[in-house]
Design a protein around this ligand. Structure first.
Ligand code: ME8
Length: 507
């Protein structure tokens, strides 16, 4: 049996429609999922929506809707956007589903029975926007230290989870597993939080009823974060389909750096209490900013992923998100940068190679891609460049360095564009040097096939179109890396198909 790969996104609050930041995390997870499938792994890719809690209840109230009616409405724009962005998730979980709620209730009861959850009194502050409890000492100017909003005073009976009990084991785990929290700067952040005075966390609410009920104590509902984190278990069969769960666990979590504490401290502590193996990796991505401020709907700073797709096409946006900043760092979102990448990288570098090569095959070789040269001569250097790019790409992807992986592809494309100029196929044609002409054009078509394969996780729709243009009767997904990501795999093709530019220039 081959390897399995389980990847997740944050489950998004349905207080509002998704913006480009949400699309980003989901695209990152999708790129990894597609890469692993192409690598022959059996993948389980989970995304979904976080539908309980005060923030969602408040949004429902503002629309004068019952919370359930509100969430049923608001889940639609998420599903629609993922469909449009070619997100290949295997499952979509909603925390209001009965099956998820049952798992949360069972976990809550078990932790209570084994003494990891106990009853106490919470007296302190609460930020509804971040759905976070804050002790007085952590507030900044009496406001939420994360988002700067007003906080509410809360005094209520509350169940607590013994995070403190797992602190030492968690620190040891972090030290002995350098892959656990990525990038490194986030690991340091978690370690210093753990070295501070780590308090147990409240895991129930009384002054709210939009949450999962605690059956044996009807005055309480489960705290939204305790509920939400469990989606990673309930969404993959835990306590429901044990075989599936054991097959895919442990996961790789893609999250934003804003929710690191929940994922790298509370969540692993919950898993230790449940005797479940900890996640393989928690990847904390950076923020997209506008004017250096985090893009967020409620701040009135929105970049609508649909509008971007209307203007530039989904794959150009996916490409931009993955190419512009390294995973983990912040990036300033500008329309100019997006247009520049589209015109420069896609239309010029990649597009031109395709739209120069294919018409020459059409004119000079009757639209047939010739067979691979029996004794390569002119394409030897190009083959070496492509082979080098492939191995660098694989290494970059293994390091979760998706930006470098794209750069590795573009190095190969640059070499191929240069090769067109140097080999001057039009002169080979004029001088009737048939064998050389065939070798050169075959070599260029082979670079295009390899580039389509390598970009397939990033630009799935475009790479399929490129395969069609080459006249291949398979899709990139049908060419597993193991067998096809090698120079020389392009065979003779009877008929290429010219079409409109794949990457139209934009103004
Ligand atoms: O936090 N740039 O949901 P959420 C990049 N329900 N990524 C961004 C971003 C930006 N400007 N804004 C948001 C929640 N994101 C919880 C999660 S998980 C068990 C529960 C992304 O709707 C980023 O991944 O507020 C961030 O962590 C996530 O959206 C937060 O989405």
């Amino acid at each position: 049996m081959g390897h399995t790969f389980y990847v997740t996104t944050p489950i998004y609050y349905v207080n509002d429609v998704p913006h480009i930041g949400h699309a980003y995390s989901t695209v990152v997870a999708d790129v990894l999922a597609r890469f692993h499938r192409q690598n022959g792994d059996t993948v389980f890719f989970l995304t979904g929506t976080d539908e309980h809690g005060q923030k969602v209840a408040k949004a429902a109230k503002a629309k004068q809707l019952e919370p359930q009616a509100h969430v049923d409405q608001m889940v639609v724009p998420y599903k629609d956007l993922w469909h449009r962005y070619a997100i290949s998730n295997d499952h979509f979980i909603r925390t209001t589903e009965a099956s998820h709620q049952a798992v949360v209730q069972k976990i809550f009861k078990r932790l209570l029975d084994q003494g990891d959850i106990y009853k106490g009194l919470y007296e302190g502050w609460y930020c509804v926007h971040e759905e976070t409890f804050w002790p007085e000492s952590q507030l900044k100017d009496k406001k939420c230290p994360d988002c700067g909003r007003e906080v509410d005073w809360v005094k209520e009976e509350s169940y607590y989870f013994k995070t403190s009990k797992y602190k030492k084991r968690l620190l040891e785990h972090i030290h002995s597993n350098p892959e656990f929290i990525r990038p490194k700067v986030r690991e340091n952040e978690v370690v210093s939080l753990l070295k501070d005075d780590l308090q147990d966390v409240a895991v129930s609410r009384m002054t709210l009823n939009w949450g999962i009920p605690i059956p044996f104590d009807p005055d309480h509902v489960v705290y939204v974060w305790f509920d939400a984190l469990i989606n990673y278990l309930s969404g993959v069969g835990y306590l429901q389909d044990e075989k599936k769960f054991l097959r895919f666990w442990p996961p790789v979590h893609i999250i934003g750096k804003d929710i690191l504490k929940f994922h790298a401290i509370i969540w692993p502590s919950m898993l230790m209490a449940l005797d479940v193996e900890l996640p393989k990796t928690i990847v904390a991505t950076g923020f997209w900013t506008l004017g250096k401020e985090k893009i967020s709907k409620s701040r009135g700073k929105v970049v609508d992923p649909h509008e971007l797709a209307d203007d530039l096409g989904v794959d150009a946006v996916r490409y931009f998100l993955m190419r512009e900043v390294p995973l983990g760092q912040d990036g300033e979102f500008t329309y100019e940068a997006l247009v520049r990448r589209t015109n420069h990288d896609l239309a010029n570098d990649f597009g031109n190679l395709i739209h120069r090569t294919l018409p020459m095959i059409n004119r000079f070789l009757d639209g047939r891609i010739p067979a691979a040269p029996a004794k390569p001569n002119l394409t030897k250097e190009l083959a070496a460049k492509a082979t080098g790019a492939i191995s660098e790409y694989k290494e970059s992807m293994a390091n979760l360095d998706t930006k470098s992986a794209l750069e590795n592809i573009w190095t190969m494309l640059a070499a191929a564009n240069k090769f067109v100029d140097q080999s001057e196929p039009w002169n080979l044609k004029k001088e009737d040097r048939e064998e050389e002409l065939k070798e050169v054009l075959w070599g260029l078509a082979e670079v295009i096939r390899i580039a389509a394969l390598l970009t397939a996780p990033f630009m799935p729709t475009t790479s399929e179109l490129i395969f069609e243009q080459l006249g291949l009767d398979t899709k990139p997904a049908d060419q597993p890396f193991k067998d096809f990501l090698k120079w020389g795999k392009l065979t003779e093709q009877p008929e290429i198909k010219l079409s409109a530019p794949l990457f139209p220039r934009v103004d």
